[in-house]
Design a protein around this ligand. Structure first.
Ligand code: BGC
Length: 358
């Protein structure tokens, strides 16, 4: 039987360019880029698995890449200062080529969550590494300024949809990134900013029923709402608002005995069950001490791996709307496999469960 730890590390290594960037899925037509969101979690998993040089190479790549686009950020901030309207091309992208360039094809680029995620991940990785922190600091400072200017702007969510909305999970990632930076380098973060973001989230992103919502004005849940507590700690995992969110996620988008959907109305490749989100729910269960349930989700993820250990982005056996599968395949080819982020979240859950006795 394939050893999934070894296979995952091998697959991630193979997807990392010598520049340090990770291709989200090199074999899928659209995913040959390095996303800050995917990359940060891949690096986090690699560091947890002892592959620190891979994680360091990613963070150095991210910092180099962001600084190489410093002029773009300065122009954007100057425009805002002058009260001018921003164009789509003024924003930083959500993904870069492995060389750190901005891709030339059309993409839903303006997404802020990856920037918050990267800040959060960089802080975790730099703990006890002051020299590395000093090396990343200019890019971190630039990212904080970018987020401080834009956090209230509608932008695409972490699934690259709904450009005109403000998404709870995105606010959570920004909050998590900024609080992480502040905890190690308070001078970089404007006074009170994380608190303003949190207060805004509580005011706008909680349904009358008490759970967090997908985006302002949409009362559905989305699996990315797990991030509100784990890891970004907008609220503690025991907070009643998170408890209600988790219960609704379990009811609405976790298939009993199966995996987790992104959200109920998902049609991307038919809206299948996502491995990385199933592992995330398992991670939440592990934090809550619901170890048997965490293990069951881990086993489900493992059962979706191909015999050679490769893990797909999603599986369509119980897709939410099968009529959307063929059109996506016709457009972009079969859905992504192996998806490095799936491997990363499985590794994180597996390592977390290995620390639990029994
Ligand atoms: C997902 C994003 C992800 C990207 C690359 C998209 O389909 O919605 O969350 O960053 O794929 O994996």
């Amino acid at each position: 039987m394939t050893n999934l730890t070894e296979a995952s590390i091998e697959i991630i290594r193979a997807g990392q360019s010598s520049s340090g960037g990770y291709a989200a899925c090199a074999s899928f037509s659209q995913y040959g880029y390095s996303w800050l969101r995917d990359g940060t979690w891949i690096a986090y998993a690699m560091a947890a698995a002892g592959e620190t040089s891979s994680a360091e190479a990613f963070h150095r790549w991210a910092a180099r890449t962001l600084l190489s686009h410093e002029g773009k950020v300065e122009r954007l901030l100057a425009k805002l200062e002058r009260g001018e309207r921003l164009e789509e091309a003024d924003y930083l992208p959500t993904r870069f080529t492995l060389d750190g360039a901005i891709g030339s094809d059309d993409w839903t680029e303006f997404q802020l969550d990856g920037y918050g995620t990267w800040l959060w991940g960089a802080v975790q990785f730099c703990a006890g590494k002051p020299e590395l922190w000093a090396a990343l600091r200019p890019a971190i400072a630039l990212t904080v300024r970018y987020l401080a200017a834009l956090w209230q702007s509608p932008n695409y969510d972490c699934w690259e949809e709904h450009r005109t909305q403000i998404h709870t999970a995105t606010l959570a990632a920004i909050y998590g990134g900024l609080t992480a930076v502040r905890s190690v380098d308070a001078a970089l973060v404007p006074d009170g900013l994380p608190e303003r973001i949190r207060a805004f989230t509580f005011e706008k992103c909680v349904a009358p029923e008490g759970h967090f919502v997908k985006f302002i004005g949409n009362p559905e849940v989305d699996a990315s709402l797990l991030w509100v507590a784990l890891p970004y700690r907008v609220v503690e995992i025991s907070d009643p608002r998170f408890v209600a969110t988790l219960a609704k996620i379990e009811r609405d988008i976790h298939r009993p005995g199966g995996g987790v959907y992104r959200f109920r109305a998902d049609t991307y490749f038919g809206g299948g069950e996502w491995l990385l989100l199933t592992a995330w729910l398992g991670w939440v269960y592990a934090e809550l001490g619901r170890i048997d349930e965490a293990r069951a989700l881990k086993a489900w993820v493992e059962a979706q791996a191909l015999p050679n250990g490769q893990m797909p982005e999603q599986v369509d056996t119980h897709a939410l709307d099968r009529t959307h599968i063929a059109p996506w395949i016709a457009k972009w080819g079969t859905s992504a496999c192996p998806l490095l982020w799936s491997h990363a979240m499985w590794l994180i859950l597996d390592l977390r469960l290995k620390t639990v006795s029994g």
